[in-house]
Design a protein around this ligand. Structure first.
Ligand code: ZN
Length: 225
């Protein structure tokens, strides 16, 4: 039955909500079934292990470093797998956390989100560029992009840790991460790593990694932002 979460409470359901962080068990089960069909047996075992691990951690989530430490031989396959599970049409996991970076199961994501609509129920992550309906406000989003671009233009090679520190009164960890990720995807920024232990494939970096992630201007000109 759609519209119910793991706790038998009202859920954000894809069949009722036009957007939002889906925690409807039926939606998540259906999405997982079709996603796992696309995986080879080894990847399916990896994915099952990952989803079990994050789900067991409930709304606390699993720190990235703990996930890597417990991954064993599958560690090199994790970044690709995590990204796939996040970028799926219905995400199974999310990066979140303010003090530290944690991976949270979609079943428990409501604890990390805000209700932007009650009927239908829509949850979204709190973001400075969203209005109370969860709609992106173009001016606020532009301001966020410009804030980060401004730092990189005048300090090419600035670390993500430094960006976050300088913008700390305005944007939190997840917001900064979302902004740099967008700017990188669009070609405005390029990332270089000071340490090969940090995988470039990751879409989110923890406290320790952030000081080894350097940002430079990308191939697209900044004034196009
Ligand atoms: Zn549903």
């Amino acid at each position: 039955m759609h519209g119910i979460n793991f706790d038998n409470s009202a859920a954000c359901c894809k069949e009722m909500a036009p957007h939002g962080l889906v925690d409807c068990v039926a939606c998540l089960d259906e999405a997982w079934a079709s996603f796992s069909d696309t995986l080879d047996p080894e990847s399916r075992m990896d994915a099952t292990w990952l989803l079990d691990a994050v789900r067991q951690a409930r709304d606390t989530g699993v720190r990235k470093s703990d996930l890597l430490a417990s991954a064993g031989p599958r560690v090199s396959r994790l970044p690709f797998l995590v990204n796939q599970l996040i970028e799926a049409e219905v995400a199974q996991v999310y990066w979140t956390g303010y003090d530290s970076l944690v991976l949270v199961s979609a079943h428990h994501v409501a604890k990390w989100s805000v209700v932007v609509s009650k009927n239908p129920l829509i949850n979204e992550f709190p973001r400075r560029w969203l209005d109370i309906q969860g709609t992106k406000v173009a001016d606020f989003w532009q301001a966020a992009l410009r804030a980060v671009m401004g730092l990189v233009i005048f300090r090419p090679g600035i670390t993500q840790a430094e960006i976050r520190w300088r913008l700390r009164s305005v944007y939190d960890r997840q917001e900064v991460n979302e902004i740099v990720h967008f700017l990188q995807t669009e070609g405005y920024l390029e990332m270089r790593l000071g340490d090969t232990s940090v995988g470039t494939e990751w879409a989110a970096f923890d406290e320790e990694e952030e000081s080894k992630v350097y940002w430079f201007m990308g191939t697209k000109h900044w004034y196009q932002v």
